[in-house]
Design a protein around this ligand. Structure first.
Ligand code: PLP
Length: 240
């Protein structure tokens, strides 16, 4: 079985090929290693291979790893950065505001307001994306596309958040054209917000199975779990 370091090289290779194929500058596509359900030792292995940004879905699980790996954050030259990409309840906002660098899954004003209120003043603003329900499924979290502009304006006005862009988790699709369609819709929405005077530079789209489609449509973060850390246990996600 390939090591985590080898997997990271391979994923970086996929990103580089997609950048060549779709005329993107490689430096504009960042790799977020999704470490949910992985032990701290695996995160450390990826860190030692040069990876710095890690995505987590479950707040309690993430806090345990953040504590376990505190030395990687104390490394003042080139520290680890933690991103929350999973659904977030307002009652977890204090811990998230104090411990994460990014939250990709903001989908309502009450949550954004709490994150801003609770961000410790000593820290840089929390970097946030709005999660958009781009495929229009009832079950998925995310703001509806038509409600995104109003939410973006309100979130952008909060003092301790830095609104960076949009995130989505489209329905899985088999071929490149079908994978590109929802990613393109999210890119168009970002362009529409910028045309309204917002200044957003981030599209968080693409996972192990569809990162090429995401790069084709302008991804600036691809969130990759299984292609780096291997397949996850079938179910029983810990509750956040
Ligand atoms: C798990 C997860 C990923 C990574 O998915 P893989 O298929 O393992 O690459 C990306 N984004 C979100 C929001 C996730 O929950």
């Amino acid at each position: 079985m390939a090591s985590i370091a080898e997997n990271i090289l391979q994923v970086r290779g996929r990103i580089a090929s997609a950048c060549r194929a779709f005329d993107r500058l490689p430096a504009t596509v960042h790799l977020l290693a999704v470490s949910k359900t992985c032990p701290g030792v695996s995160v450390r292995e990826a860190f030692d291979a040069g990876q710095r940004d890690f995505g987590e879905n479950y707040v309690q699980e993430a806090l345990a790893k953040i504590t376990e790996l505190a030395d990687l954050r104390a490394d003042s030259g080139d520290p680890i950065r933690w991103h929350l990409i999973g659904p977030l309840q307002s009652n977890k906002a204090r811990e998230v505001a104090a411990n994460f660098d990014w939250v990709h899954s903001v989908d309502r004003m009450k949550l954004a307001q709490r994150l801003s209120d609770l961000r410790p003043p000593a820290l840089a603003p929390l970097q946030v994306c709005l999660q958009v329900n781009i495929s229009g499924e009832d079950s998925k979290s995310g703001v509806a596309p038509e409600a995104t502009l109003a939410l973006a304006r309100a979130v952008a006005a909060l003092p301790n958040l830095n609104l960076r862009g949009l995130m989505a988790i489209p329905e899985p699709a088999a071929d490149l054209a079908a994978q590109r369609a929802p990613h393109r819709a999210l890119r168009k929405l970002l362009e529409a917000l910028n045309a309204e005077g917002l200044e957003l530079d981030t599209l968080s789209i693409g996972m192990s199975a569809d990162l090429e489609a995401a790069v084709a449509e302008g991804a600036t973060w691809v969130r990759v779990g299984r292609a780096i850390f291997g397949s996850r246990p079938a179910k029983s996600a810990p509750t956040s």
